[in-house]
Write a protein that binds this ligand. Structure first.
Ligand code: PGA
Length: 253
């Protein structure tokens, strides 16, 4: 953490919960985090729960994110969701390029970039996910992979637009596995990302950029992760599905 950057904790609910269950979770969570003033809190339910959760969090300190979007404005794209639809559903943020999207739905650096640019053009704040596979880490290629993903995702993004972007570093081997990257391992890649962004833009842009860590973050390890200078937040899957555990994460000391 760095005093200059406001921490951002986001819950990625993935393909879990009906709208009724999502409303229930959001309404139990809100009173537990209502006193939090110094950090951003974001919830990313499924598309079918966005409006319900938007109503539940209205007027609170919790913001809404979608888990994906499509890069075209509208038209014959069966099964896809546009930026305008997400804004209309109350979204402020959108998660882009999550490793599960890359792994199971064929997303590439190129499609991630199209989505990032569409989100920015339409006024959604992208949470751009990057992260290496276990095999890539073991082959000593983690930095190369991150370099390629960052270069690809940010193609054509201006320095001014960079202020609207959050990057989430999520090593694929740490997602849903209970194997968190150690705080030092995570910080090393975060620092690498910041250096890379500095080289692509300016020191100032890099300094303001918020970089979340994701991958088996829990109330037990969040404080050690957040104590690292280049870790500015968390993108949380499993531990965001219970109000008490997500509240404990958000209120880390
Ligand atoms: P996890 O998921 O916290 O369940 O590991 C993180 C993510 O995929 O965003």
């Amino acid at each position: 953490m760095n005093a200059k950057r406001r921490p951002i904790i986001a819950g990625n609910w993935k393909m879990n919960m009906t709208a009724t269950q999502a409303r229930d979770l959001a309404s139990k969570l809100i009173p537990l985090v209502s006193g939090v003033k110094d950090r951003d809190i974001v919830l990313a339910p499924t598309f079918t729960s966005l409006q319900t959760v938007a109503e539940a969090i209205k007027g609170t300190n919790v913001a809404l994110a979608a888990q994906n979007l499509f890069w075209e404005d509208k038209g014959a794209f069966t099964g896809e969701i546009s930026a305008e639809m997400l804004l209309d559903s109350g979204c402020k943020y959108v998660i882009i390029g999550h490793s599960e999207r890359r792994q199971y739905f064929g997303e590439t650096d190129e499609t991630v970039n199209k989505k990032v640019r569409q989100a920015l053009n339409k006024g959604l704040l992208p949470i751009v996910c990057v992260g290496e596979l276990l095999s890539e880490r073991e082959a000593g290629k983690a930095n190369n992979v991150i370099d390629r993903q960052i270069t690809g995702a940010l193609k054509g993004v201006t320095a001014a637009e960079m202020q609207k972007i959050v990057i989430a570093y999520e090593p694929v081997w740490a997602i849903g596995t209970g194997k968190t990257a150690s705080p030092d391992q995570a910080n090393e890649i975060h620092a690498f990302i910041r250096q890379k962004v500095k080289a692509m833009y300016t020191a100032e842009v890099a300094d303001w950029l918020r970089i979340q860590y994701g991958g088996s973050v829990t109330p037990d390890n969040v404080s050690q992760l957040m104590a690292k200078p280049d870790i500015d937040g968390a993108l949380v899957g499993g531990a965001s599905l219970k109000p008490e555990s997500f509240a404990a994460l958000v209120t880390f000391k």
